[in-house]
Design a binder for this molecule. Structure first.
Ligand SMILES: [Zn+2]
Length: 257
């Protein structure tokens, strides 16, 4: 992702940096909050569905994850990637942090779901603590987390499933993960890809260099495509370390107060 675009748009990361300290003594829980654009809010059950999937897929290393819903937000566009990369959503969160908007950010992930299209990339964007993704109408008709994931969490590509997979991808970026934390492997006649690679695994324009976690991306030509909703083992290790670092920095911040 083009982080320089993001940095330039926001101007100063100082105000965003304070997002890491918005919750005090949050024990070891990972704070995740979900907002919907007004248009996304027209579909039934979107926030509940997202909350259920995040609670299941982010429950790692014994950290508690209890995603909360922040409400609906008025935005200038449903283009989810643009809302974060050009700064509108990060600035809205910063304004909320300063009490200028009715938006209450959390220390972990602040996710905005819009009704933006999921056909043409980029369909979402994630940066530390901030993410946005489109596809509310698809999430609204996605199966429940139990029905979709089954026992092995590996599911065929549908627009609805892919939308949730991309949502996990952007949340992963918000938690500090990168594409190199993704894995794509052959499984029988199929290619299985984890959230931080997602459909990049079969994107001919994506650099096929080995990922940090999973070796080279196998050729996908003609093979069935499957989505693994579990983050790769090395992504999970990274999240566990990041969580501990985050807690330490919060401790330092409180001590400095
Ligand atoms: Zn990405």
């Amino acid at each position: 992702m083009k982080r320089r675009v993001f940095l330039g748009a926001v101007g100063s990361m100082a105000s965003l940096g304070t997002l890491a300290y918005t919750t005090r003594a949050d024990d070891d829980a990972l704070a995740v909050r979900i907002w919907l654009s007004e248009q996304a809010g027209r579909y039934d059950g979107v926030a509940d569905r997202v909350r259920a999937f995040l609670a299941r897929t982010l429950a790692l290393e014994r950290r508690r994850v209890e995603p909360t819903v922040g409400g609906t937000v008025s935005v200038s566009t449903e283009d989810a990637a643009r809302l974060t990369s050009r700064g509108e959503w990060p600035l809205a969160l910063a304004s909320g942090r300063l009490g200028r908007r009715d938006i209450d950010p959390v220390s972990g992930v602040n996710l905005l779901v819009t009704d933006g299209g999921m056909r043409d990339a980029p369909t979402g964007y994630g940066a530390p603590h901030v993410a946005s993704v489109g596809g509310a109408r698809h999430i609204g008709r996605l199966e429940s987390v139990d029905d979709l994931l089954g026992n092995d969490w590996i599911v065929p590509v549908t627009t609805a499933a892919r939308t949730m997979h991309v949502l996990l991808h952007e949340v992963g970026h918000a938690l500090g993960l990168a594409h190199r934390h993704g894995v794509a492997v052959r499984s029988g006649d199929a290619i299985v890809t984890t959230p931080m690679l997602s459909s990049y695994a079969w994107d001919p324009d994506f650099d096929p260099a080995p990922t940090q976690c999973g070796g080279a991306i196998p050729s996908t030509g003609g093979r069935e495509r499957l989505l693994d909703f579990a983050f790769s083992a090395c992504a999970r290790r990274e999240l566990a370390v990041g969580g501990r670092d985050g807690n330490r920095s919060e401790t330092r911040h409180r001590a400095a107060d």
